[in-house]
Design a protein around this ligand. Sequence first.
Ligand SMILES: Cc1ncc(COP(=O)(O)O)c(C=O)c1O
Length: 419
Amino acid sequence: MIREMLASTKGVPGMISFAGGFPSPETFPVNILADLFKEVITETGPDTLQYGASEGDNELKDAIIKWDTATQIFPSSRRDEHSPSILQQTGWSTSSTTQITPYALTRDELLICTGATNGIYYFTRALIEPGDVILCEGPTFLGSVVAFEANGAEVIPIDMDRDGIILDQLSDTIKNLRSQKKTIKFLYTIPDFQNPTGITMSIDRRYELIKLMQAEEILILEDDPYKELRYTGERLPSLFEIARSVYNDAQLVTLIKSFSKILGPGLRIAVAMGHPDIIKPMSSWLQKVIVNPEGVTQKVVARFIQKGYLIKHLAFIAQYYTPYNNAITAALEKYMPPSVSFTRPQGGIFVWVSTDSPLNFDALFPEIVAKKVAYIPGSKFYPEGFEKYNCLRLNFSYPTIEQIERGVEVLGKCIVHSA
Ligand SMILES: Cc1ncc(COP(=O)(O)O)c(C=O)c1O
């Protein structure tokens, strides 16, 4: 359905599309990658063009492990080595008695995948028996719901507020499902600049979610492709890091990080990080399906990290997208009527718009597209049977700043006219 919508709006002269989920091609480090591809083939061709290890290239794993260590929020177990802002931001006060245990990943805790979607599929394939339940945020990333359902899972969404997934509802849903003798296998969450809402889970919610899932013995699959696209505010620790460093739990959370929104989705490189007991069966599924992740690209990404390009490139991307993020927030403030609410993301590429009035953005789609503005109706981000129709997703990484201003103006007028 989303593909059809995108196809019907693509290439139409004058169309302003907020519908896609593509990163801007302006952010792809084309020249550096071109040099690195040449270098890798020239220097290591006979090796990298051969079949490789199913779990992925060790050079890339080592580069990711180093990167992960360098970017941990809790880099040290010594509280006095952390700045007050980090302490405050992490909910870890100086008077807290919490013991912090920084972790270092090992190679057998990593699996290189052909994009995050691929890793999400293997995680699901490894854990799910038909009829098992997967909990997720509602709305959520449709690609994952497709992978969950393809494996026979029942997918149950939990509402979100501005701090992320609502824990009371999550807790009630778990009780309810268990009273029906259902098996809940895991919770899928996108804590940073969520697709489709742009919401970032607050630090307190992260701690509380981990405590709840630990108590309920339900695994977490954390999908974090947007973490590095932060334009304002301070970086928050991943659920993976909190579980390991603060709760000393290496089993609870498996984290999937993709390079799609950093280097380009065409590279198809992501990494799953988790306990070897989970990574191993994921790796067997990967082996059955693709034999091994693509060798040359893995080495290219490894060198991109090792040679220090990644740090500079991330700073460039954040700077690049900031005016787009500001432009969409300003336009929504200017053109939306008071009955409309919208998220104000601190990063990522999406904004979520919803109305108090019972508007149906599926039904309004043809009328608004006829005015040359495209979006994705919110209903498309819910599992079947849970759809909401008074909402929509806007992507701000693809249109120009002028298009953002004009497109939001048209959308605002259509909403006022239809209400
Ligand atoms: C939350 C989320 N997860 C995963 C993906 C897919 O990432 P990849 O290109 O690495 O498969 C996307 C892409 O839009 C996404 O928004």
